[in-house]
Design a protein around this ligand. Structure first.
Ligand code: SF4
Length: 332
């Protein structure tokens, strides 16, 4: 049974079928790498910027889309969303942002778009461009990472918590759904900071969330701290406990897009357990079962049980165990 509102359940409600995501690299940079704010990047990020590098290798959006859809699938989803994942996809002149987003929206058979960005790279004009895209489904993936300004400064994010709140409210005015990203285990924070982040987001117009464990990646500034013993990544058990507490404290209407980070091949230095995402997800599910917790339970014990979880009842076939994965798209 689902104890949280997984993205797969949301898509089944919306489209009536399984939906996959196609990672797309549009060739943007980010203000924290191109010198606008800094050249060093966030301390947990490496030069890949969560991207596939396909744009740098000469593949346009259409070629990336076609190549992904031509791959073999164990269970092929009926529909696909494009996910502009690499770097900051609303950074730069509005005319370029419009051209790229409109090109992505026109990909053949595309069911919707997810657009990754930072809260300080969004203004009214860009929000209008996003809201005007001719797609049935649009999500803006926006990094908050921590609800503590001191942590954001420490990891060189280059924006504040208030910047995120302003951007989320701007999106609400334009009818854009925001998926917020949080990271557990950032330097100087205990695992419990994840629940602080959730409490902050609960008060904002945020429709989705991604929770990540901190990865120490090859090439990221944090790798040097880890090598000299100044950074201890969370153990899996610590992360699972933090996720369970965070889910119990999360508004039940917020769609859970992801519950664990996906390192790109070859980039993970630590923790070793992060290479086995399925085990982490299974541990979260088992811990929720053991504690008899579900998303939002800590907010209101007397609230009606959400549709995606009815204790003691059989789940509808579409939500049967094994049918749901928080995020089917491998991170590129
Ligand atoms: S995490 Fe995002 S904002 Fe930070 S350096 Fe990497 S691409 Fe830029």
């Amino acid at each position: 049974m689902l104890r949280y509102y997984a993205l797969s359940a949301y898509f089944r409600q919306l489209f009536g079928c399984r939906v996959g995501k196609v990672p797309l690299d549009a060739g943007f940079s980010c203000p924290n790498r191109d010198g606008t704010l800094s050249a060093g990047g966030c301390s947990f990020c490496n030069e890949r910027g969560s991207g596939t590098g396909r744009h740098g290798a000469g593949a346009g959006l259409r070629a990336q889309w076609d190549a992904w859809l031509a791959r073999p699938f164990r269970r092929r989803p009926r529909l696909f969303l494009g996910y502009l994942q690499a770097y900051t996809n609303t950074h730069g002149p509005a005319a370029r942002v419009r051209a790229v987003l409109e090109e992505a929206a026109a990909l053949p058979g595309l069911a919707g778009l997810c657009v990754g960005t930072r809260p300080d790279c969004l203004d009214d004009e860009k929000a209008r461009i996003l809201a005007g895209l001719p797609v049935a489904e649009l999500w803006l993936d926006m990094g908050l990472q921590s609800a503590r300004d001191a942590t954001l400064a420490r990891v060189n994010r280059g924006h504040t918590v208030a910047d995120f709140a302003r951007a989320a409210e701007l999106c609400q005015r334009h009818g854009i759904k925001v998926c917020a990203h949080l990271v557990a285990g950032l330097p100087g924070e205990g695992a419990g900071a994840l629940s602080e982040g959730v409490a902050f987001l609960n008060a904002l117009p945020v429709a989705g969330i991604k929770l990540h464990n901190l990865l120490v990646c090859r090439g990221a500034p944090l790798a040097a701290d880890w090598r000299r013993g100044a950074l201890r990544p969370l153990e899996r058990g610590e992360y699972v406990d933090a996720v369970v507490r965070a889910l119990a404290a999360l508004r039940p209407d917020v769609v859970v897009h992801r519950l664990a980070a996906d390192p790109a091949p070859g980039e993970l230095l630590a923790p070793a357990w992060a290479a086995h995402k399925a085990e982490t997800l299974a541990a979260v599910a088992a811990a929720l079962d053991r504690a008899d917790l579900w998303q939002g339970k800590a907010l209101d014990q007397d609230a009606p049980v959400p549709l995606w979880f009815a204790p003691g009842s059989s789940p509808p076939p579409s939500l049967a165990p094994g049918a749901a994965t928080p995020d089917a798209a491998p991170r590129a």
